[in-house]
Design a protein around this ligand. Structure first.
Ligand SMILES: *Cc1c(COP(=O)(O)O)cnc(C)c1O
Length: 352
């Protein structure tokens, strides 16, 4: 049955262990982020065996799947007011930036006879979630400390996901000093200073993470890449996941479409380079299941041309292999493709 995703959990476990050990040298704990693989049980086990301290996810449906694991769970996306009871029920810690929401979390926690921990998110310039201005940070902390159902466990930030701002000594330095200021002003101890996601991994070799004691890592564990510069992480595997797709058409055709060009299936105006007659192969997978700009053919002579909802079109003219319908072609995946392939019910998951 194709398309299918071959998943090597031993390699995932090795990667998790590598990241945990790398971070441990600097006194940093790892929260293993499971959203990119929809918290699939066998892969979560590999994270746990690899030694992550927390499990973290952004979707309640995935948090429910994580319940069978005893590690503390972190809810990553700012909670929706409409899901507060579930956030308190299924997570021990959530990331937050809105005092109105935190108050409702407190009420829900008291109702459920719990204390819910939060990490207050600070926006250091990437312009996704978090409080941006100092005044609001300190006034929010003051209000949080009056809530009976909430424990302020620490502060955190998220960088590079929206604004592509790279974590460095300056922005993370600000997070660390905000932490000190909170501790001094309010005479409390913050247990967690969470310095971001896989885009902070490049700092693990440097002094600039001193003062950070937590990172939330997904991509670096499953794909073996840090995400500030897109570099491979030494000692990790980049082929924990291999996508296999089946060829359904092989034909020599011109490289430029014939006729007047309008909008493609996704509303874009495509542009084409004329490189003459080429051997074009169609594979039975599409944009519903992968992001065709973010897959890497294992056969390096294959060129990816593009695709539509259900089709992937590649150029195999330069390949040594003479592809035929029914042949299987393999790809490594980048983040957006792994996310879609794991989410798509049309891609079979096979554990090797
Ligand atoms: C997805 C996410 C992460 C993990 O990001 P990776 O790049 O996969 O390491 C960390 N923190 C938050 C808030 C997230 O949403």
């Amino acid at each position: 049955m194709y398309p299918r995703l071959l998943i090597d959990t031993k390699k995932v476990e090795h990667n998790a262990k590598t990241m945990v050990e790398m971070a441990d040298k600097y006194g940093i704990d790892i929260a293993g982020v499971t959203k990119v693989f929809c918290a699939q049980e066998n892969i979560v086990k590999a994270f746990v065996n690899g030694g992550v301290k927390y499990l973290a996810d952004s979707r309640i449906e995935n948090m429910i799947l994580l319940q069978e694991f005893s590690l503390k769970k972190i809810f990553l996306r700012l909670p929706m007011l409409s899901q507060i009871d579930d956030v308190v029920k299924y997570s021990d810690i959530s990331l937050n930036s809105e005092i109105e929401v935190i108050k409702v979390l407190s009420d829900s926690a008291l109702k459920q006879k719990k204390v819910h921990s939060i990490i207050l998110m600070i926006d250091l310039g990437d312009l996704r979630e978090g409080i941006y201005y100092d005044d609001e940070i300190f006034s929010t902390v003051e209000e949080i400390l009056n809530l009976k159902g909430i424990k302020l466990l620490g502060i955190g930030t998220n960088l590079t996901c929206y604004g592509a701002v790279i974590p460095d000594a300056t922005n993370l330095g600000r997070l660390i000093s905000i932490g000190h200021e909170i501790e001094n002003r309010f005479k409390i101890k913050l247990e967690i200073i969470s310095g971001g996601n896989s885009s902070s991994v490049h700092l693990l070799e440097k002094e600039s993470l001193h003062g950070i004691n937590n990172l939330r890592l997904g991509e670096s564990i499953v794909l073996g890449t840090e995400t500030a510069y897109g570099k491979r992480i030494e000692g990790t595997f980049d082929d924990c996941f291999i996508l296999e797709v089946e060829v359904i058409e092989v034909k020599n055709k011109p490289s430029k479409p014939t006729g007047k060009i309008g909008l493609d299936a996704f509303g874009n105006v495509p542009e084409y380079v004329d490189s003459g007659i080429r051997k074009r192969v169609i594979c039975a997978i599409g944009k519903q299941d992968i992001d065709d700009e973010n897959i890497i053919p294992v056969d390096p002579r294959i060129i990816i041309l593009g695709g539509s909802s259900d089709h992937l079109i590649i150029d195999t003219t330069d390949s040594d292999k003479d592809y035929k319908p029914g042949d299987i072609i393999r790809f490594k995946l980048k983040y957006s493709s792994l996310l879609r392939a794991m989410t798509s019910k049309f891609v079979k998951k096979v554990f090797v």
